[in-house]
Ligand binder design. Structure first.
Ligand SMILES: Cc1ncc(COP(=O)(O)OP(=O)(O)O)c(N)n1
Ligand SMILES: Cc1nc(C(=O)O)sc1CCOP(=O)(O)O
Ligand SMILES: [Mg+2]
Length: 544
């Protein structure tokens, strides 16, 4: 069997030792320096660089016109992991979700030119390779890395695309084995690639993967990750990591989705990105695996292309912004017109579930909903929020979360409302990104000005009247409301003690940026939320 030939062949063992002695004699190869530093703080290496130096991965790979795999996946993965990514293109493929329709290999001297351009100038930390379609290109890469050493080399020995199309023929396999593997800090073959590198050794079980990892290590890479995603009959995705001494069996739940095109490229890029940040190898792999699992799960239902293998969404965004999600578009100040704010005690008092209360308010004419679930445990808050989001999305009404940025993020709410003693708006904005709605409570012109500077979308101003709903709340009155509105560059919603008897007076203070009223008890401390909301809506409509 080919495998036993490899194992018993002194040639391969000798080769490994030769490489190791080469490593110690070639101290200029920074790849080695990096890995040797892992236990005692690889991040020390980055400390020598300027504080402004951004971790940098260079990907040497093929272009995928469908942008699911290859260079395009590498760029997205590195961007998602917060790392700069430069690119050397080895081949241009005509490719989509159906398969690979064409391959145009770059001349090796132009691959060399690209490598020189980037490596001579840009302080690359880690090189990651993907499609290397000719032995000459492999040689060019080897030469460039000797001339311009980097801290780590991640080799994804791409040979066959997910669609089954050959991207690097059998003649390249020996180039990988003899030239690149001995230089690699980690190689990340899947089962088929591991088998090809091991002269066709049969790999059918997790136990085979252990053997393969050990045998591949004999070719010289410091670490081996054999990916078991293609193993049949496994509900888990099992990968075997071998660092030359210890094995780690890394398991994660297999995500059922057609959108797996580009996972191999992306995983290797994420590992490279984490290494570039200074992570030790095992942590880099674990983070990368978790990232890919999350991205696959998040985008398991997205539809791009008609073929059997779709791409996934590295930035975890497509699902939440897809047209089908029912999410309202950009913030519209007129949504503040009838702002319903929930209260768990009132719902309990009247025997209303939060979902029934929210549904009734929306059906009665509420234009925006805030979940203000004080003193509710986080799990229950999140569960309630997820249920209410479905209702709000269905009616295209925005749903905001009071105080809890974490809950808003976890349930992908449309935004948050924060007070002066909650998380400051600028931090909430940094966490939530540019699209989410952020409202902030303001009682003074100064606070209103700061809200504008910090990137809020609207302000809530109150208490316009005394209220029993919020303890020790300062009442600013209609005059205070007007003063804040006049000072505010943002739209304003009035809050505090407002109901059908006084809403009209509030709306008539005569300032154009007062867009509506926010109410709790006038809607929810009532037996019939639907009727009360309809009545308040009628009063407001009459007042404008
Ligand atoms: C629309 C709106 N305006 C003001 C508030 C009050 O927020 P805050 O001052 O943070 O007080 P709590 O609601 O957290 O008690 C609000 N919730 N909504
Ligand atoms: C949550 C809240 N914030 C206020 C502020 O002044 O910022 S007043 C308030 C309570 C509003 O409840 P009701 O409509 O039952 O008076
Ligand atoms: Mg608050």
């Amino acid at each position: 069997m080919a495998c036993s030939v490899v194992l018993s062949s002194p040639f391969y063992f000798c080769k490994n030792f030769t490489v190791l002695s080469l490593q110690s004699s070639n101290s200029s190869h920074r790849t080695r320096t990096f890995v040797a530093m892992q236990g005692d703080g690889a991040s020390a290496a980055t400390k020598n660089n300027s504080d402004l130096k951004i971790p940098h991965v260079l990907t040497v790979a093929g272009s995928d016109s469908g942008a699911g795999a290859g260079i395009q996946a590498d760029l997205k993965a590195c961007a998602a992991r917060g790392v700069y990514c430069s690119t050397v293109i080895t081949a241009v493929t005509a490719q989509n979700t159906v398969g690979v329709q064409g391959v145009n290999i770059m001349p090796e001297d132009f691959v060399a030119a690209q490598l020189k351009s980037v490596l001579s100038d840009m302080q690359v930390d880690v090189v990651k390779t993907g499609m290397l379609p000719s032995t000459d290109i492999v040689k060019v890469l080897h030469q460039s890395l000797r001339e311009f050493p980097v801290r780590a080399l991640v080799i994804d020995p791409v040979m066959v695309s997910t669609s089954g199309d050959v991207l690097a023929g059998p003649s390249i396999v020996s180039g990988f084995r003899d030239i690149l593997l001995p230089m690699a800090d980690i190689i990340t073959p899947n089962i088929k690639e591991a088998s090809a590198l091991l002269y066709g050794m049969q790999l059918a079980t997790v136990s085979d993967m252990y053997s393969a990892a050990k045998l591949l290590h004999c070719f010289g890479p410091r670490n081996v990750l054999v990916k078991g995603g293609d193993l049949p009959d496994s509900s888990d995705a099992v990968d075997i990591f071998f660092d030359g001494e210890n094995f780690h069996e890394l398991r994660s739940a297999r995500v059922k989705t057609r959108n797996t095109h580009g996972t191999g490229c992306s995983l290797a890029s994420c590992i490279a990105a984490e290494l570039a940040k200074g992570s030790p190898m095992l942590s880099a792999i674990k983070v990368a695996k978790r990232f890919i699992g999350t991205a696959l799960d998040y985008s398991k239902d997205i539809v791009v292309g008609n073929g059997p293998q779709g791409p996934f969404d590295h930035l975890l965004r497509l699902k939440s912004t897809s047209r089908n999600s029912g999410r309202p578009g950009a913030f519209n100040p007129s949504d503040l017109f009838l702002y319903a704010v929930t209260d768990p005690r009132m719902n309990k008092k009247w025997g209303h579930s939060i979902t029934d209360a929210v549904k009734a308010a929306i059906e009665g004419g509420a234009t925006i909903v805030q979940l203000r679930e004080k003193d509710v445990d986080t799990g229950s808050f999140l569960e309630a929020a997820r249920a209410c989001i479905e209702i709000c999305r269905h009616h295209r009404v925005p749903l905001l979360i009071n105080d809890r940025i974490d809950v808003a993020l976890a349930c992908d709410a449309d935004g948050v409302h924060v007070g002066q003693s909650d998380m400051p708006v600028r931090f909430a904005r940094a966490l939530l990104g540019p699209e989410k709605i952020i409202g902030v409570s303001c009682k003074t012109p100064e606070q209103a000005h700061q809200a504008w500077i910090d990137g809020a979308d609207y302000i809530g101003c109150g208490g316009v009247h005394p209220t029993n709903t919020k303890e020790n709340n300062l009442t600013v009155g209609l005059d205070g409301l007007k003063t804040v509105c006049l000072a505010s560059k943002l739209p304003v919603v009035a809050i505090g003690g407002i109901g059908i008897s006084n809403a009209s007076d509030v709306m008539k203070i005569g300032v154009p940026n007062l867009k509506g009223v926010a109410v709790v008890s006038a809607l929810f401390d009532r037996e019939c939320v639907l009727t009360e909301t309809k009545k308040l809506r009628a009063v407001l409509t009459e007042a404008i």
